[in-house]
Design a protein around this ligand. Structure first.
Ligand code: PDD
Length: 288
């Protein structure tokens, strides 16, 4: 058996090995899913889109009436320390905030000490086969709550949607509600029309405001690419010229199959390539 060095993780201000870190069974995150999370990509040992992720973390925590126990500067400093301690060059840093631990009660005490956890996870993000091969998507009903703008740790609908997609040999589930795609189970959804226009849904409570989306749309607009923010239907997606997704854990990836039908010519298209190239260039430039 190869010797696997336990990772260094962060728990409430302490840097511990993953075997030492313990949280209470009474933690409200565990009992109620009463918490928030963020996932930030690491490339070349640096954080990608970090200010966007910190801004969204602050907003999510505020929206559930919580308080971060440390500043976002402290969180970024801890993330950097974990990257260094774990020798992470490529992968993800996960941050989870929960309201804290107390006897099980739907109503929470205002003076609880929140639980803040961070850990790294190695993952190849840049040179992945999907860039050339494309991903397969399955369309499934969106069964989530109505505040999807909050990055809640309650992910059971997404877990089940992903499992349905995976059982059909698909990589991602596109969620549909009232006849329109909201987003992917863990990514933002895009199509490209026959005229080369990039379509993605506008931000609202129906979707998570993606940090990768924010960066990609800014770059697309700066470079004069045609973008329209509106909801689109599964039918439009099936007849689109291209489709793609964005997320911190995938950057920009092409979708070449939706519900068993090829998208366009069934190969990654030029708009996807342009978006990935623009994003990767900017990600490296702005990494911290
Ligand atoms: N998920 N929509 C949903 C529902 C998501 O869970 C995610 C990210 C996104 C893309 O957001 P961003 O570009 O900020 O990563 C959109 C993360 C990666 C996860 O849950 O692992």
């Amino acid at each position: 058996m190869p010797l696997i060095t336990p990772r260094t993780v962060y728990l409430n201000g302490a840097f511990l090995t993953e075997n030492e870190a313990r949280i209470s069974i009474f933690d409200r995150g565990f009992l109620f899913g009463d918490g928030i999370y963020e996932v930030t990509a690491v490339l070349g040992g640096k954080l990608i889109d970090s200010p966007y992720h910190m801004r969204r973390l602050e907003r999510s925590v505020r929206e559930i009436g919580g308080h971060l126990p440390v500043s976002t500067d402290d969180i970024v400093a801890a993330e950097k320390k974990l990257i260094e301690a774990n020798d992470l060059t490529e992968g993800l840093v996960y941050v989870q905030y929960t309201r804290g631990a107390e006897d099980r009660n739907f109503n929470y005490s205002e003076d609880l000490l929140p639980t803040l956890v961070m850990f790294t996870q190695a993952k190849t993000l840049e040179h992945v086969a999907a860039v050339e091969k494309g991903l397969k998507v399955m369309i499934v009903p969106d069964q989530r709550w109505e505040r999807r703008d909050i990055k809640s740790i309650c992910l059971l609908p997404q877990v089940l949607a992903k499992r349905m997609a995976s059982a059909e040999g698909c990589d991602e589930a596109w969620l549909v509600e009232d006849g329109f795609i909201t987003e992917g189970a863990s990514s933002t959804a895009y199509i490209v029309t026959e005229f080369g226009k990039i379509i993605t849904r506008g931000n609202s409570n129906a979707t998570l405001p993606g940090c990768t989306r924010l960066a990609v749309l800014q770059l697309a607009q700066e470079r004069g690419l045609d973008v329209e923010q509106r909801a689109f239907t599964p039918q439009e997606a099936m007849t689109a010229r291209e489709a793609c997704l964005t997320s911190a854990s995938n950057f920009v990836l092409p979708i070449t199959m939706i519900d068993g039908s090829p998208v366009g010519h069934g190969k990654p298209g030029p708009i996807f390539r342009r978006l990935r190239e623009l994003y990767m260039e900017n990600a490296r430039k702005t990494a911290v």
